[in-house]
Design a protein around this ligand. Structure first.
Ligand SMILES: Cc1cc2nc3c(=O)[nH]c(=O)nc-3n(C[C@H](O)[C@H](O)[C@H](O)COP(=O)(O)O)c2cc1C
Length: 332
């Protein structure tokens, strides 16, 4: 499949352990246009890991797709961004938002907000790949949460060649909160992201954090250029079904039964390559969320996909279980 132009009106967030290849392929069955991000891949894993290709390989159908890097050594970032270009990614993104201890020890993620010159160097290094070099950041860290602090970072990355910024609309506390708490406790401040767009009208600004409906996406799009959805897209993936029609001018919305058919085809292909079917089914538990029978779908997949030798037929069976339970109105 040909590369698609990057139109970042709707994106799905990079999520470690969640947005792997199978998840991305599944989301692509639901929406053709939503921009997808890989999990964060560290420069260390790409340069010194056992099997770097494992992190880089993706299916052509996943376009448009961005590789998210974790790192802060401009030389390493440059080499990794060149790899992203060689593998055919559409964008390379730097993680300046993750607050985990492990990431801080490596001097990357959200703690980099305190080193805007270094982030700018990393951006310049990424841009040498010829790919759009983008940054995903928070609005502040710890006590460094003034608008001026964010403004300085944005100015520096812009001057280094970044034209697209993804802004998670809450700050991060680098100590005392887990990454999960850091996605829930600091309050969301959408106004700060809107203000960045006002002050940098030439930059493409993508808002992230707490978005759960396409109505909310529509509202934010009156103020910013794009919206990135994280947890909701994972837990309730069918939210993306209307994205192509509402935001990209496509005529058709795929129904869930078509998605199940495609999923079975995909799983059959992957199982034949030696992928355990559970590596795929773990990502699709939320497909029927909110419908009668959703619980039966989840239960059936969870019970059967882990059995030795199981294959794509567990998906077909789970769909039948969903249909039967739906008729008896097993509550979601
Ligand atoms: C399981 C999980 C893993 C995540 N991993 C990453 C990551 O690798 N890189 C990153 O920039 N953000 C990561 N995040 C943060 C998300 O990209 C996003 O910024 C955050 O979840 C807020 O968006 P939401 O409220 O729509 O979920 C992760 C979030 C979750 C839930």
């Amino acid at each position: 499949m040909e590369k698609k132009a990057m139109d970042r009106k709707v994106c799905v967030a990079p999520m470690l352990d969640w947005t792997d290849r199978h998840e991305r392929s599944f989301l692509r069955m639901i929406s053709q246009h939503t921009v997808l991000y890989t999990e964060m891949v560290t420069t260390g894993a790409l340069l010194h890991g056992k099997d770097p290709e494992r992190f880089l390989t993706f299916d052509q159908k996943e376009h448009p797709i961005a590789l998210q890097l974790g790192g802060s050594d401009p030389e390493a970032i440059k080499v990794c961004a060149a790899k992203a270009a060689d593998f055919g990614y559409d964008e390379v993104n730097l993680n300046v938002g993750c607050p985990s201890d492990r990431v801080q020890k490596g001097r990357f993620g959200a703690c980099l907000m305190a080193e805007p010159d270094l982030v700018a160097e990393c951006v310049a290094a990424m841009a040498q790949s010829g790919l759009p070099a983008t940054v995903k950041t928070r609005i502040g860290i710890d006590e460094q949460d003034s608008y001026e602090f964010l403004h300085e970072l944005v100015t520096k990355v812009k001057n280094a060649g970044c034209q697209t910024l993804i802004v998670h609309a809450r700050k991060a506390w680098l100590e005392g909160l887990s990454p999960k708490q850091n996605r829930e406790i600091p309050p969301l401040k959408y106004d700060v992201v809107y203000r960045v767009k006002e002050d940098f009208p030439g930059l493409e600004i993508i808002l992230n954090g707490g978005v759960q409906t396409l109505e909310q996406v529509e509202d934010h799009l009156t103020k910013v250029d794009g919206v990135m959805i994280g947890r909701e897209a994972y837990q309730n993936p069918y939210i993306l079904a209307e994205v192509d029609q509402r935001f990209y001018g496509e005529a058709k919305i795929k129904d869930r039964s078509e998605i199940v058919d495609q999923l079975c085809e995909y799983a059959a292909e992957k199982v034949a390559e030696g992928v355990p079917v559970k590596s795929i089914t773990r990502h699709v538990l939320g497909l029927f969320n909110g419908l009668p029978g959703a619980r039966a779908w989840r239960r059936s997949l969870s019970q059967n996909a882990f059995k030795p030798g199981s294959d794509e037929s567990v998906i077909r069976r789970a769909y039948e279980d969903f249909l039967v339970a739906g008729q008896t109105r097993d509550v979601a």
